[in-house]
Design a protein around this ligand. Sequence first.
Ligand code: PGA
Length: 251
Amino acid sequence: MKSLVVANWKMNPPSFKEAKRLFAATKKAAESAKHTTVIVAPPAIFLRELSSAYRGKRISFALQNAHSEAGGAYTGEISLAQATDAGAAYVVIGHAERRAAGETNEDTRKKVAAALAMKITPILCVGESSRNHEGAHFALVKEQLRAGLSDVEPSGMKNLVVVYEPLWTIGAEKAMSPRDMHEMAIFIRKSVMELKGGTGMNTKILYGGSINESNVADMLRNGDVHGLLVGRASEDGEKFSALLQAIEHIA
Ligand code: PGA
């Protein structure tokens, strides 16, 4: 099965000129990565021009966030309809950095439901901001899943991606160990199936947090994940190309 790699550029790069250059490198890297489906999530302001100029098949586009309402007085927000119109097939929902800035489980519930209604695939991010020895993170992740998925029909579960990306591994020096991710992937799979039944089997589970060319293969082999959400290593064409090549070598 192909791996899924979400290239989350976050609030980078600073100019459209650089975004075009990064996209050209990403495109080249994606073309020789036969075992990977790449989803590029650029800053929203660059999305339309990048997607409309792209003629290939290997890359899809995502918005890093969108509002759940169809329109109205929401200054500074972008609707899912506008996202689709600009070329997005996916939307990232509840990224740890957005949760840290105040996004709630209730917000993610509305966004996931609105995205599915618009036929945009939600990429629902879950994960704790820190861990303690009592293992409270499991209950927290379960609650994020329960809330985020509460308006999803069981049949919607095949059009949904869950990313486990704990805040403490994002922008960090080290990724989580594949062994710990394996444990969490089992927990997420079990939770999703408890919540939604057998169709939860089809939901793709990814990992995000400090993934690069050196640790990607181990995570894919041993972490029980279908793919990765990549921040820093996607913001540099050479690093991203090396990461995709590392995936090719294990495939
Ligand atoms: P990072 O970001 O790869 O830069 O750690 C990952 C993420 O946003 O989940």
